[in-house]
Design a protein around this ligand. Structure first.
Ligand code: F6P
Length: 323
């Protein structure tokens, strides 16, 4: 093995740069050449690469986003697109490829590996949604969750001052990981997540009960679920039930940017080193994650075919603390 590639794909996540940096430094330490494939699968199909050396990754560990850019590429779901990518991998002379991304990225990688006998592929979980099977935490989740907590804290000030109910919508696609952990850390009164049935009557009565017992405001953290923006309708329904006028804040892409937290920098660094070492050990077709603090390999197909369950302990903790 002499030359490897690295790309970031799907939604950018803070800490991806720490991972790229770690992979580059590890590769160079093993006398490998490493190139960055620009703009995720779009760049892979086009063979758009950039040489990564020490100057290229200098002063990047603290940067959000991804210095090698990313994309959501639909062509990769066609066999023709994947064959073009396989051709480009060969032309670029890659002996291995590291892919930092989420479910869609690993789905694409599994399809590519099934189509052609291409260079070994190693996945690294990077997604603020934290919904990837095979790892406790994904790169970017901690920063996004901290962003949500800071927003909740700020909104609590105004909620308390006006004695209002606020619905705060966080990202997370079809999973409630961001909502659950930011809800606990932000001391929210209620949680609406895709993993559970939503009962407007129950939520409203819980808020009413809190007001009866002296609370003057309430925060409901809502996971965007299948329908981003649905919080406005939920707010109307809860407001109708209580005869109040809740306000809504949709955090949206704010959660994707910003300086990565310590946790995301350390996780990104650890997985970046491990990804290169995995290639050197002759591994491929797997994602490297961290489970219970220990590095663990999961077959690429499993990462998107299996559903990562919500942490039930944390769900219980939320229920107890929001009583
Ligand atoms: O997967 C990360 C994520 O931020 C989701 O939480 C969100 O639903 C989606 O990406 C938004 O995608 P886009 O950036 O393409 O609008």
């Amino acid at each position: 093995m002499t030359r490897i590639g690295i790309l970031t794909s799907g939604g950018d996540a803070p800490g991806m740069n720490a991972c790229v940096r770690a992979a580059v430094r590890t590769a160079l330490a093993h006398d490998l050449t490493i190139v960055g494939i620009r703009r995720g699968y779009t760049g892979l199909i086009d063979g758009d690469m950039v040489q990564l050396d020490r100057p290229a990754i200098r002063n990047t560990i603290h940067l959000g986003g991804t210095i090698i850019e990313t994309s959501r590429n639909k062509d990769f779901y066609t066999r023709e697109g994947r064959l073009r990518a396989a051709g480009a991998i060969e032309r670029m002379g890659l002996d291995g490829l590291i892919l930092i991304g989420g479910e869609g990225t690993f789905h694409g990688a599994s399809l590519l590996a099934a189509d052609v006998d291409t260079a070994p592929l190693i996945g690294v979980p990077g997604s603020i949604d934290n919904d990837i099977y095979g790892t406790d935490y994904c790169i970017g989740f901690d920063t996004a969750a901290n962003c949500a907590v800071e927003a909740i804290d700020r909104i609590r000030d105004t909620a308390r001052s006006h004695e209002r109910i606020f619905l705060i919508e966080v990202m997370g696609r079809e999973a409630g990981f961001l909502a659950l952990e930011s809800g606990i850390a932000g001391g929210a009164e209620e949680l609406i997540i895709p993993e559970e049935e939503t009962s407007i009557a129950r939520i409203s009565e819980h808020i009413r009960d809190g007001f009866t017992h002296g609370k003057k405001s309430a925060i409901v953290v809502v996971a965007e679920g299948k329908k981003p923006g649905a919080s406005f309708e939920l707010a109307r329904e809860i407001g109708g039930h209580l005869g109040l006028d809740p306000r809504v804040v949709v955090l949206g892409h704010l959660q994707r940017g910003g300086r990565p937290t310590l946790r995301d920098r350390v996780l990104g660094s650890r997985l970046g080193v491990a990804a290169v070492e995995a290639l050197l050990e002759g591994r491929g077709g797997c994602m490297i994650g961290e489970v219970g603090g220990i590095l663990r390999y999961t077959a690429l197909e499993e990462t998107w075919q299996k559903k990562k369950p919500l942490n039930e302990d944390l769900r219980q903790i939320f229920a107890i603390l929001s009583e």
